[in-house]
Design a protein around this ligand. Sequence first.
Ligand SMILES: [Zn+2]
Length: 200
Amino acid sequence: MEEGLSSDNINQIACVVDVQGFIVDKKFYPRELAIVNDIVNVSFNVDPEIQLQNTSKYQLGCLNFQTHQLHGLSIRPCDGTFNITNSTFEDFLFVILKTLINNEKPIVAIKNHQLRPILQRLNIDYVDVEKGDIIIPSTESLDNVNPLGKWTCGLHSESGDINRKCALRKSCNVWSWLKRNQEKLRQIKIMSRMPLNYIN
Ligand SMILES: [Zn+2]
């Protein structure tokens, strides 16, 4: 079930999930999976299993563009690293999310339309933070207010360039923003329950 972000569900979010990857012929191939909450803060290498022998010169150019201009993630992870594969990606995501969601916090937050069909297939309830009564700032604005500035996790082969998109950085920024706004809403609720003469 998809929901927009509201004061009713902002406290029910178990974690933020984000992905970075490649788009080939309008199909998304995950390459980095990030999951963040107060306890978990992790990005996973994903082998997108793109069959390079079947790609045209044009498609190869698009893949290289995505690596060098967008996220700095190589088309395949280095051999010898622990990798999730594209074929096991959804099963892995399902298992890890099921360990994080519970009755009190049954929702996963996303700010990435690539994750919508995946979470729908997995039957995981999610809130799209770009919809609803509370609107989150743009990814660029979240980067700009982060005291750490822009950074990338260790999966990016060209991590020296801070302008690279990183699923872990975005998830951390979204989680921090949600936490700040949960606290603001909590204080507003406390204030609204106080007698007026106390507030004045
Ligand atoms: Zn990253």
